[in-house]
Design a protein around this ligand. Structure first.
Ligand code: NAD
Length: 241
């Protein structure tokens, strides 16, 4: 579970632990927060591991550490991500390049590299879930690298569903809409929450627990035949557009 120190990742770590799985709580900088998540998990045998997902060597070391501690890897959730604002007309060329490299470096290459490492520890029945976004389909006017990275994560899931299917490994993606996490603190400030809540016919925004439950389902044996599937999880917001 990458990026498990907070938000959707922390909620998903809890969901898997509650389902009886042993979980690797991955973090990059927030050691205290990751330790608090680890402590909150029911059951035994969970571990906490660190890696900056922009650093391929750190990823490899982290994944090998997880596999050694847990005796293999059954499920990988590529959840970690960054969401940077870089409006094209208001961003310098240097800043534009930095934002694209950082965003693609973590969101896309981080996931691709973690997957490369994890499949080497996965047998038949393995599951990979990429956490994409509604922005993969609609674009992100102020975070274009984020939108592109999330669209690419869907393509990655589909490609790997095809290449790993014969090995009994199912690969899916989930595309959540607005979810209340720290990533959205600024977007949900002021009238932000009210405007975004009304995008859904349910007139609310998702909780991390709801997204976590959907990820748990996608990773379950019952969902194997859904390989290559992208689960829209946005409260029906397309219906109001
Ligand atoms: P969040 O900011 O709370 O969590 C992001 C996590 O990624 C953090 O744990 C952070 O430490 C980790 N991370 C960032 N850079 C990293 C790096 N270089 N190396 C390792 N880890 C790194 O946000 P969240 O809302 O919980 O987001 C989780 C995932 O869900 C993200 O991929 C995000 O794009 C996606 N998502 C979120 C929403 C939403 O509305 N919150 C909607 C759609 C998709």
């Amino acid at each position: 579970m990458t990026g498990a120190s907070r938000g959707i990742g922390a909620a998903t770590a809890l969901a898997f632990a509650e389902a009886g799985d042993r979980v690797a709580v991955h973090y990059s900088r927030s050691e205290d927060a990751a330790a608090a998540v680890l402590k909150s998990l029911p059951g035994d045998g969970h571990v906490m591991v660190r890696a900056d997902l922009a650093q391929p060597a750190e990823i490899q070391q982290m994944v090998d550490e997880v596999a050694a501690a847990l005796g293999g890897i059954d499920v990988l959730v590529n959840n970690a991500g960054v969401y940077e604002t870089h409006r094209i007309r208001e961003t310098s060329y240097e800043e534009w390049q930095r934002a694209w490299s950082e965003t693609l470096g973590v969101n896309l290459l981080g996931a691709a590299n973690t997957t490369w490492c994890a499949v080497r520890h996965m047998g038949r029945g393995g599951r990979i879930v990429n956490v994409s976004s509604r922005g993969a389909f609609r674009g992100e006017p102020n975070q274009p690298a984020y939108g592109a990275s999330k669209a690419a994560l869907i393509s990655l899931a589909q490609s790997l569903a095809r290449s790993l299917g014969p090995d009994g490994i199912a690969v899916t993606a989930i595309a959540p809409g607005w979810t209340v996490t720290d990533m959205n603190t600024r977007a949900l400030e002021g009238d932000g929450y009210e405007r975004r809540r009304l995008e859904s016919p349910l007139e609310r925004i998702a909780s991390p627990d709801e997204v976590a439950a959907a990820i748990l389902y996608l990773a379950s044996p019952q969902a194997e035949f859904a390989t290559g599937t992208v689960l829209d999880f946005n409260g029906g917001s397309y219906l109001r557009m």
